[in-house]
Design a protein around this ligand. Sequence first.
Ligand code: PLP
Length: 417
Amino acid sequence: MAQSEPKKKLPRKALPADARIETLAVREGLPASPWGENSEALFLTSSFTHPDAATAAARFANEEEAFVYSRFTNPTTMMFERRLAALEGTEAAIGTASGMSAILLMIMGLLKAGDHVICSRSVFGATIVLFEREFGKFGVETTFVSQTDLSEWRAAVKPNTKLLFAETPSNPLTEVCDIQALADIAHANGALLAVDNCFCTPAIQQPVKMGADLIIHSGTKYLDGQGRVLAGAICGSDKLINGTFMPVMRGAGMSLSPFNAWIVLKGLETLAIRMAAQSANAMKLAQWLEQQPAVDKVYYPGLPSHPQHELAMKQQNGCGGAVVSFTAKAGQGADAAALRKAAFHVIDHTQLCSITANLGDTKTLITHPASTSHGRLAEEQRLAAGITQGMIRISVGLEHIDDLTADLARGLDSLHV
Ligand SMILES: *Cc1c(COP(=O)(O)O)cnc(C)c1O
């Protein structure tokens, strides 16, 4: 369904043209309703009324932009979309029910049977399943390549390659891919680059500035930031968002609930300060972990010891992000079972950290990737991906850093290494 530009468009909020990202994070949205509310209103309504039948007809014919039905347009959802687009530096954004439904909408909008995708092997597990198993059934073929070796991406390009998909830094190893280089490979071959920006958020990394065409978000993580709701979004050009994805959303309905949109909209107001504070905490925790005798290796892009430290600092506004992984030691020649026991010992000796595989909360979260997020892989696949049984991932929150180090010290100090 091709949509022509409506003659009468919804008003925009009057904001200074040069307003900075911190300002847009609290101010971008829609004009207030006639009641003049200061905090953005939550419009929990499935449909919208029209003053007369002729206006309804004009709105359904898309001659006049207006709210019609919340499957595709809702003022609260639109405020979230405009605000997120402003932060990512894209023309537009579209909210979705979850991060996964953002990727689903992207694939449905861009690809058809016979098309080819190149995707990093280190992306979120459900993303791999969606590309490989679900869209494999519909004739979309995906080649999985190394997160960091650009020659694998170049070698995988085919005449029917339409999309390159990456996520950086990766989970749980925090490997960083070169966004500009991937954009160049995509564009030289007439393909698009989509980047899942869940781990950094636009407060730390704006992939469109490095040539990415589409940004994927799981709003469930840092955009909400307090672990309350599921949400997602795609950010990109007006042509892709409103021309390509909006018609699919109208038909397929992976819509963001206005209530969840309101939560993430308000979450965006504190995103920059949360990311800065959680990143600073993560940096201190990573440095502390590197000093612990019971810790084997620390994975954190902010550390100079990280293999892509320089690239990360360039792409991520000098911030490492708030996810730190490390491996616990279990003595000389320890086997997988001993390593798992050591990791469980450290996790079970924490009192503050929440044991959950989620991330992006103000509360610090701790997980054992090999038995949770990556538990369904075979041990050889896990080891090929660098995820050992001794590995622990921490999504660092806002607690005092000394309380966090004390929480981890309990288990680490009583490990007999
Ligand atoms: C959680 C996550 C997703 C999926 O988001 P949901 O909101 O849980 O559907 C996608 N990508 C990354 C990197 C994630 O961490």
